[in-house]
Design a protein around this ligand. Sequence first.
Ligand code: ZN
Length: 343
Amino acid sequence: MALSLCTGCGTSRLGHYYADKDLQVRLDGSPSRNLLIHYFGCGGMAIQHGETLLMTDPFFSNFSLGSIALKTIVGGNIQPKPTNIEYGLSRLPAGIDMEDIKGVFISHAHYDHLLDVPWLFKYRWAAAPPKVYGSGTAAFILSQFDLPPGRMVNVEPFMAGPHQDGQWIKINPGVRVLPIKSHHAPHFLGIKLYAGENQSKFRKKPGSFKSKLNHWREGQTLAYLFEFSDGDSVFNLFVQTSASKIPMGLPTADVLKGRQVDLAVLCVASYNNVKGYPDHHLEQLRPKGTIFVHWEDFFRGYRKSKLRTVPGTNVKRFVEQVDKIYDGTFWLPAPGVTFDINY
Ligand SMILES: [Zn+2]
């Protein structure tokens, strides 16, 4: 999560890069296939390719900065907000059904990337529970909530990194994913909140979603490279929902060699607390298009129509910096926006 003391700004300062309406995007001259990406806010997305429906970091239960600060300092419980989740899911385009989600990919175990997962298992995924892919810490935290057995996949043994190619995980015959060892930018003044692992059991009444904010420790932060194959065509989607110290969060040059990254999803929050981000990622990945996420203020009500930028990050400066160095097309979508990517 990203936390700071100064307030964010309105969206007018983001110019035409701000997308508050659904978009049809052409990545190739004569597109014949498509991939849908629906943005929920923070690192949350639904990704649909053919019959495959995936999800990343689902989070809808925004809390005020004051309440998070207080619970961080003196301790206190948080729990998912069903009205927010219902609202967020109601904005999915027709044809995307939450019950069809096959895999959920978690960047790290902070509350704004993982908190709503147990609720979704109980109220949306009871009939066909998907697999959740993430760190050992994410797996441990989820094990404290009565999830169906065998659903959590600790991807740490498969991670690629700056010096290791890693191992692709097959999701189904047309989709595979490479988990990448990443890093989480400090929140402010070089300080990272809720760092480290959580391997100690926390008490919870059976059936309750209540948990202490401080239980949602980062664990190993991850990025993911998805490869969607369809006959002779391959679509590469890179997803990183936390800004990282470079070269963390990137696969080896060997993995990228001869591979066109079609679309990257990169994080904005706290980018100013790590050097060379996102410039280095854009230079190495050279994506045709980039969706920047985790840019909006998630310390305000989830249903607010007027958005503000995340506190502590100068998003206008971020946009100007990217504009200077990046040749591809990029967007900062409002939660609820769907991209229909044609390629
Ligand atoms: Zn975080």
